[in-house]
Each structure stands twice: as C-alpha cells, then as structure tokens.
Design a binder for this molecule. Structure first.
Ligand SMILES: *[C@@H]1O[C@H](CO)[C@@H](O)[C@H](O)[C@H]1NC(C)=O
Ligand SMILES: *[C@@H]1O[C@H](CO)[C@@H](O)[C@H](O)[C@H]1NC(C)=O
Length: 329
C-alpha cells in the first residue's frame, strides 16, 4: 500500500518535472525557430551567384519597413554583362526585369538565417541557368530586413514582395517557390491570391510539411515525448503556438490553391520527414488540385536542403513550367 502511494507520487513528480522540460526542449526551440533568428548576420557568399546586384532593394511598406532583397539575373543576361565588364545599376536591373521575356521566381526561404545561405545560393544558380529572374528576400527580422517576425508578418512580407514584383514585371509570369517553413508562408500567400482570382503561374514547394501539429510530433526531438497523447499535444504544444499566431495549416490551405503545384521531397529528410510531404500531396489530391510530386531516393542524401543537387531538377522544373503554361492557356 505504502509502496503504491510512493510510486504514484513518484510518477506524478516525474510528469510534473517533465513539463518544464517539454517547454525547454520542444516549445522553446519552436518559438526561437520561428521568432528569434538569433544570428542576424549576412553570410559571406560561398559562391557568388550569377547576379550583378548584391545590394538591398528598398521595398518600403509602412508596416514592415525595409525588406532586404536580391534580384538575381538569368544566366544569359548576367553572362552578357560579365563578358562586357559591365556592372548594371539597380535601375537597369529593374528595367531588365520589366523588359525581357523571362520568367520570375519569388523565393520564400526556410527558417534558418537568411537569403545568403549556401544551399539557397546554389538553388538560385540552378534556376538562373533555367533563365529565370530570381527575387530572393528576407522576411522581417531575418537577414538585413527590419522588424521582428510573426507568422502574420512574414506572410505579409511575402505578399508585399509579390505585389512589388508584379508591379515591376507587368504581365510576366511569376512562380512562387517556398522551402521548408517558406512552404507554409508561400502556400498561404498563393491561397489568398487564388481566392482573389489572380494566382501566380505556379507554386513550388520544396521539403514542405502538411501542418504544424505533424511537423512537431514528427520532429526528431519529439521522440523523448512520444508518451504524450493527443490531449497533451493539443494542450501543451498546439494551443500555446496557436495563441501566438502560429498555424501553418498548409494542408487546409493547399485545397484553395488554384494554380498547378509541384512538391519536391527527399526520403532522407530528417527535419521534415517525407511522410509530411506525402500527406500534403494527398491533401492537394483530395481537393482535386493539379499537383506533381517528386520524391528523391534516400541513397542520394539530399536531406532537408540539398535537392538543388539533383541532376534532373532542371528537367523537373522545366516540365512543370510547361504544364503551367498549358493550364494557363
Ligand atoms: C478555402 O475556401 C473556402 C471557400 O471559400 C473557405 O470556406 C475556407 O475557409 C478556405 N480555407 C482556408 C484554409 O482558408
Ligand atoms: C474531385 O473530383 C471527383 C471526380 O471528378 C469528384 O467526385 C469529387 O467530388 C471532387 N472532390 C472535390 C473535393 O471537389
């Protein structure tokens, strides 16, 4: 009897003691992951992208302040400049965006650091070779952008950038590319645009997740708390996150996206496991959306952020673009 009470007490103590640990190990990293990019430094470029402009594009919105932006030229154009030893001015860059017939990708990056991260730069180079203009920016509080991030804020910054680019390029086709956390952000923006009746030409989601709940319970750190039942997950994890404005319900939002969607996911992704990408694809299919899904073998070790290394990526993107063109015509 006595022993049982003692054991019961002990069990209670352990569970009570675990609650602060949950906050430290799961909730804090999630908060800091989304809200406090602790190091706001600009990285030294590992490999100078095929751009001629590494400056700050001022895109002033009264609420969000300055947004740091790169405009990366299509390879053909930047080669032309380089061959002639010309460093185009920001004005000329903007004119190029408005003048030629190339397409534009608006790139919404993942949570860590800023638009200068090496794996992102490699992707810009792959896309520039496909003759895209790339507009890569930092959300508020990231990189050299002003302010501090919230889900609503970074969604609004992405929308601001989209409108800015659209005003620059006129009727030209814009594609939105999101990676990791950026897939949640860009799906929300593209959903809003779709519901307003003017979606972009296409949406590309690299290493996405279906919703915040699944991203948390499938996070490698969550293993320690696998004893948590749905009640605990809802009350100790989801509610605090929802309360501060984090929803990231991409699976619900993707159902309202009317342009074609391309999902890319590597089987050995440990940050956001591939089953989250598959679930997102299934949500899109259930809603009868046009979705292409490409999965990369684990043996190729692309993980969470190296899909740019796939030799077939240019062809995957090209054929998706062709499909978008057909759908739009
Ligand atoms: C999708 O569109 C429907 C119909 O307009 C709307 O009721 C629903 O709330 C939208 N979904 C999301 C996640 O906003
Ligand atoms: C999707 O299409 C199928 C067959 O055309 C139809 O039966 C189903 O109701 C549609 N689902 C939605 C969510 O529109």
């Amino acid at each position: 009897m006595f022993i049982e009470i003692l054991l019961g007490l002990l069990r209670c103590c352990i569970i009570t003691a675990l609650i602060p640990v949950i906050f430290v190990v799961i909730i804090l990293p999630f908060f800091s992951a989304f809200f406090l990019p602790t190091i706001r430094s600009i990285h030294i470029l590992p490999q100078f992208p095929t751009t001629t402009n590494d400056g700050l594009w001022k895109c002033v919105d009264e609420r969000s302040g300055k947004i740091g932006v790169w405009h990366i030229l299509p390879s053909s154009l930047s080669l032309h400049y380089r061959k002639n030893g010309i460093q185009p001015s920001d004005e000329e860059m903007a004119e190029q965006l408005a003048r030629d017939d190339n397409r534009v990708i608006l790139y919404a990056h993942g949570n860590s650091f800023d638009r200068t991260m090496e794996h992102r730069v490699h992707l810009y180079n792959v896309l520039a070779k496909l003759d895209f203009h790339i507009i890569a920016f930092d959300y508020r509080g990231y990189g050299d952008s002003e302010g501090s991030p919230t889900e609503e804020g970074i969604v609004s910054d992405t929308r601001t950038m989209y409108e800015y680019v659209k005003a620059q390029v006129g009727q030209k086709t814009i594609f939105v590319w999101g990676h990791s956390m950026g897939t949640g952000v860009s799906t929300k923006v593209v959903m809003d645009l779709s519901m307003e009746g003017s979606p972009p030409r296409g949406l590309i989601l690299e290493s996405p997740f279906n919703n915040l709940h699944d991203a948390i319970v499938n996070h490698p750190l969550f293993i320690i708390f696998c004893w948590m039942n749905e009640f605990f997950v809802q009350n100790f994890l989801m509610k605090p996150l929802n309360r501060v404005g984090l929803h990231m319900e991409t699976d619900a939002r993707i159902a309202n996206v009317t342009c074609p969607i391309l999902i890319l996911h590597a089987q050995d992704d440990e940050t956001l496991p591939v089953k989250l990408g598959r679930r997102l694809r299934d949500s899109a299919l259930t809603a009868n959306r046009t979705v292409d899904y490409v999965e990369f073998e684990a043996s190729r070790r692309f993980g969470h952020k190296y899909i740019h290394k796939a030799k077939e990526l240019p062809e995957v993107v090209r054929s998706f673009i062709r499909k978008c063109d057909v759908m739009a015509s």
